[in-house]
Each structure stands twice: as structure tokens, then as C-alpha cells.
Design a protein around this ligand. Structure first.
Ligand code: MSP
Length: 523
């Protein structure tokens, strides 16, 4: 039976339209999903939206809409965006979904019945217009960090989750399972910044927030943030509604999240699951941020004026594959990395148009010219061809290994090393020179065949990352995207190959930058 693999993104706040930053995690999870499927795994990919809370209610009110009207528009846009970027999720969960409301309420009640939740009071700094509590340290110059207005001392009755009881269990979890939280530096952060100084109990309900899931046994309260948000990972695969599915998929193989919410996934979430006697996720991966001019594209900041960062504009103009490529390739996985439009356009030209696109079109046009587009059978073994085969095989294995570590950026570097090598192989073998000498026909055919095989193998790996362009090329070659064979000579001898359309037109970068600046202003 195929191995199961359950992967999740965070559920995003739909208080505004989703951003390129949100696309980062979603595209990574999509590439990992596709790659694992090619390896023969049975994969479930969950993404969705985190829809409750004061901020959403306020936004809806400002827009003169009901919460659901406001949310439905943003969710429709998010789903369109995922379609535009070829995201192949299995479920888009909304925390307003009926089955999720039941799960969040059930979990809250369970934790209460087991003695992990108790009622007490919450004291804090309260901003009346924003209806938000803040801690002393969150205030900016003693004022509300959201609106800058003065805050008052206020006490509210709330329920608490006994997080403080879990310190030792969490330390043991990290010790016994070095795989649980990655990269390793995040473990040190959790231990030194949160667990060692002592965990406080967690506020899990509010009476002042009306747009939320009611606490079932005390309906003056709504469930506050994390019990509602984190349990989406259970609902998404049928907890309480489809036992068979839940048993099949849980525990999650990996939660991929941004580093700012590692604390919730590596401390609160395992503590809640331990309290519920449910198995823990196998891995939490906290990736770094995509930075824009050194800044995180945060949900509250508008950096569109600095860079053109709207994927809804970039994908139709440069292709979904190009947007996916920059997100998957540019930032070392686990670290922060800078995004700039110029890097994006430069990568399209250098990697996609020159390295890959040109290799494919050059090879197919030589095949047409020198062998009537027929896949040659010739196999002349020599040092150069052996060297090509060795590197292709090695880099294909490297790509697989990097993907076991979820590292799309390094996997893509390995795949592009295959194309680099194939381009160098053309330079070294000089097929145009061989074509001038009748006696070298077998050698020429063999060069063409080897190029086609390198393209086939590299493109199969590439298809998890850039599905559109890979499908085009694999269709021409007449092969399926299966990672079963990284050896040469799997193409069908004698097959006639169609010509290749231009895969990535070369861009005039200064002109594009100018155009994008204009489009940005119109936005
Ligand atoms: N709703 C919570 C998550 C609950 S999960 C049970 C939330 N939502 S969010 O809308 O703020 O999304 C944050 C996530 O979006 C990050 O963790 C990350 O996955 C992604 N990113 C948003 N901006 C990003 C960057 N600039 N760079 C990388 N990822 C970013 O937090």
C-alpha cells in the first residue's frame, strides 16, 4: 500500500486579500505534495482560512457587510489565487465550516471535562475602540499598537488552558524526537525563550469578542484563537465526522508554517494534543520570511508601493510557473530571504528562458534538423556521455534527498544543475560540427539522444515545482511524470517529437520594471 503523507499550511487570516507571503507557504506545500505523489505516496494537502476574531468583524463592519459577506468575497479570491498558481489542495477548510465549529467546541469541552481548562479572570490593557486586550509589552509608547489611542486597565472573565503543566513533557518531546521541530534553531528558541522562563496558562475564551465559536457550556464566551485555529488540522481530515479518514491521515506528517507561529505549533498544539490523548504531528517546520525591502510583507503593512508583489498580476503576465519558481528557489528554506522584482525577472531570463527553455528548444530544433524529429536509437558510449549520465543521476538523487528534507530550493538547484550540465554537454560535443561530417552521424544521434534523456529526467523532477511547463515538455517527449527511473534510455526509440513552443520568452528587464511600476500605481 502507498505510504500516506498528510501536509498542512497555516490557515490564513482573511482580514485582507492573501499576499505573496501567504503564497510562499502554499506553493512550497504544493510542490512537496506533488513530489511525494510522484514518489508513490498517498498525499492529503490541507489549507484554508482562520475566520474568527475582532479584526474580521471590524473589517466587515467598515465595509458595510456582514462577516460572512465580507469573508466569502475574500475566500473566493483566495480560491481563485490558488487556482491561478496551480495549487492542488485536497480541502480548503474554513473555521466557519459547520464540521469545524463542532470540532472546536468538542475539543474545548473535552479539555474542560478532563480538568485542563478552568475559569478565571484576565487582566490587561484594553483598547475600547479596537475592543482588544494587549499586554504591557505589546503597547507602543503606552498606547494601543493598532490604532495608537490610549488604553485602560480592564479585567475580563476568561477560561484558561493549563499550559504551564506541560513544560517537562515538551522538553522531553524535543529531546526524544529531534525530527519534531525543524530547523533545529527553532528548538533552541522555544526552549530558551518560552519553556525555560516558565510557561503561563493560556487564555482560551473571551466575552468581549462576539465573532467567534461559542463555548458550548457557557455561551457568553467565545473560543479564543488557538483552540479554534489549531484544531482545523483535525477537522480537515474528518475528526468526529469520518473516522476512517481520520485514522488514515492523522497524525500529520508535517505542518509547514512561518517562523512567527512556531510557538503555537510547537508548544500549544502538542500540549493540547497530549491533553486530548491524541498522537502528535510528526514534524513542524518553521520556515523563514520572504522579505520585501528588508521587511516582512505583513498583513497590516502595504508594501505594494515598493515592489510589485501582487501574484494576481505577476502570474498572468509571467506565468504561474515563474511565480512558483521564484518562491521555491530564491529563499534558502528555513531562513529569511529578500524578494525583489528585479531578481524575479532576472531569474526568469537566466534560469527559465536561458538555462531550461533554451535547452529544450535547441535540442528539439537540432533533432528536427539532423534527424527529422525522430528519437535516435544510437548509443555511443564515451567519456563525455558517461560524465553526463553520472551527473544527471547524481543530481536527480540529490533532488530526492533534498525533498526528503522538504528543501525545495536545494532540490531545484540540483534539477537545474542537470540542465546546466546538458547545456555544457552541447558546448563540449558541438553537434552542429558533428552534423557537417557524415561519418559522425552515429555520434551526433547519440548526443541528441543523451540530451533528450537528460531533459526527460530533469523535467520529471521539475514537474512538482513547475507543473505547466513540465507537462508541455513531457507531453512532447511522450512520458509520464513518475520518479521511478532516473536512468537513461527510457524514451521510445523512433518516436517522432512535436516541435516545442517558446517556453519562457526572454524579457526586456528595464522595460518590464517600468511597466510594472506603472501597473503598481494604477492599483
Ligand atoms: N491564522 C494564523 C495561523 C493559524 S494556523 C493554525 C496566521 N495567519 S496569517 O494570515 O497571519 O498567516 C501567516 C502565515 O502566512 C505565515 O506563518 C506564513 O506561512 C505565511 N506568510 C505570510 N507572510 C509571509 C512572508 N512574508 N514570508 C513567508 N511566509 C509568510 O498567522
Amino acid at each position: 500500500m502507498a505510504e500516506k503523507f498528510y501536509i498542512t499550511t497555516p490557515i490564513y487570516y482573511p482580514s485582507n486579500k492573501l499576499t505573496l507571503g501567504n503564497c510562499y507557504t502554499t506553493v512550497i506545500c504544493d510542490a512537496i505534495t506533488r513530489y511525494n505523489k510522484m514518489l508513490g505516496s498517498d498525499v492529503f494537502y490541507l489549507t484554508g482560512t482562520d475566520e474568527h476574531g475582532q479584526k474580521i468583524a471590524g473589517k466587515a463592519k467598515d465595509a458595510g457587510k456582514t462577516e460572512m459577506e465580507y469573508l466569502n468575497e475574500i475566500i473566493a479570491d483566495a480560491k481563485d489565487l490558488w487556482k491561478l498558481l496551480n495549487i492542488n489542495y485536497d480541502r480548503f477548510i474554513r473555521t466557519t465550516d459547520e464540521d469545524h465549529v463542532k470540532v472546536a467546541q468538542h475539543v474545548f469541552t473535552e479539555l474542560y471535562n478532563k480538568g485542563y481548562i478552568y475559569k478565571s479572570g484576565y487582566k490587561g490593557k484594553y483598547c475600547v475602540p479596537c475592543e482588544s486586550f494587549w499586554t504591557e509589552s505589546q503597547l507602543i509608547d503606552g498606547k494601543c499598537p493598532d490604532c495608537g489611542r490610549p488604553v485602560i486597565d480592564q479585567e475580563e472573565e476568561t477560561y484558561f488552558f493549563k499550559l504551564s503543566q506541560f513544560s517537562d513533557k515538551l522538553l522531553k518531546l524535543y529531546q526524544d524526537n529531534p525530527e519534531f521541530l525543524q530547523p533545529q534553531s527553532r528548538v533552541n528558541e522555544m526552549v530558551n525563550n518560552f519553556i525555560k522562563p516558565g510557561l503561563s496558562d493560556l487564555c482560551v475564551s473571551r466575552t468581549s469578542v462576539k465573532w467567534g465559536i461559542p463555548v458550548p457550556f457557557d455561551t457568553n464566551h467565545t473560543i479564543y484563537v488557538w483552540i479554534d485555529a489549531l484544531t482545523n488540522y483535525l477537522t480537515g481530515i474528518g475528526y468526529l465526522s469520518d473516522d476512517k479518514s481520520f485514522k488514515k491521515w492523522w497524525p500529520a506528517d508535517v505542518h509547514i508554517i512561518g517562523k512567527e507561529i512556531v510557538r503555537f505549533h510547537a508548544i500549544i498544539w502538542p500540549a493540547m494534543l497530549m491533553a486530548l490523548d491524541l498522537p502528535l504531528p510528526k514534524k513542524v517546520f518553521g520556515h523563514g520570511w520572504l522579505l520585501f525591502g528588508g521587511d516582512k510583507l505583513s498583513k497590516s503593512k502595504n508594501v505594494d508601493s515598493v515592489e510589485c508583489v501582487d501574484p494576481r498580476l505577476l502570474a498572468p503576465r509571467y506565468s504561474a510557473d515563474a511565480v512558483r519558481y521564484i518562491l521555491l528557489r530564491e529563499i534558502p528554506f528555513g531562513s529569511d530571504g529578500n524578494y525583489s522584482t528585479e531578481t524575479f525577472l532576472t531569474r526568469i531570463n537566466s534560469d527559465l528562458a536561458n538555462n531550461y527553455g533554451n535547452l529544450v528548444s535547441r535540442t528539439l530544433s537540432m533533432l528536427k534538423k539532423y534527424n527529422a524529429s525522430v528519437v535516435p536509437t544510437a548509443r555511443v558510449e564515451n567519456e563525455t556521455s558517461k560524465d553526463l549520465q553520472t551527473i544527471v543521476k547524481l543530481e536527480a538523487e540529490n533532488a530526492k534527498r533534498h525533498m526528503q528534507n522538504l528543501d525545495c530550493s536545494k532540490a531545484l538547484a540540483s534539477i537545474f544543475a542537470i540542465f546546466d550540465k546538458a547545456n555544457k554537454y552541447i558546448e563540449v560535443t558541438e553537434p552542429y560540427r558533428l552534423a557537417k561530417d557524415e561519418s559522425k552521424k552515429a555520434e551526433l544521434d547519440s548526443v541528441l539522444r543523451n540530451l533528450l534523456e537528460a531533459i526527460r529526467i530533469g523535467t520529471i523532477h521539475l514537474s512538482a515545482f513547475l507543473p505547466d511547463v513540465s507537462t508541455k515538455v513531457l507531453d512532447i517527449l511522450g512520458v509520464e511524470a513518475k520518479l521511478t527511473d532516473d536512468n537513461f534510455y527510457a524514451l521510445k526509440d523512433g518516436k517522432v517529437l512535436e516541435p516545442c513552443p517558446i517556453l519562457f520568452p526572454r524579457l526586456d528587464i528595464p522595460k518590464e520594471l517600468e511597466e510594472l511600476a506603472k501597473l503598481n500605481k494604477q492599483d
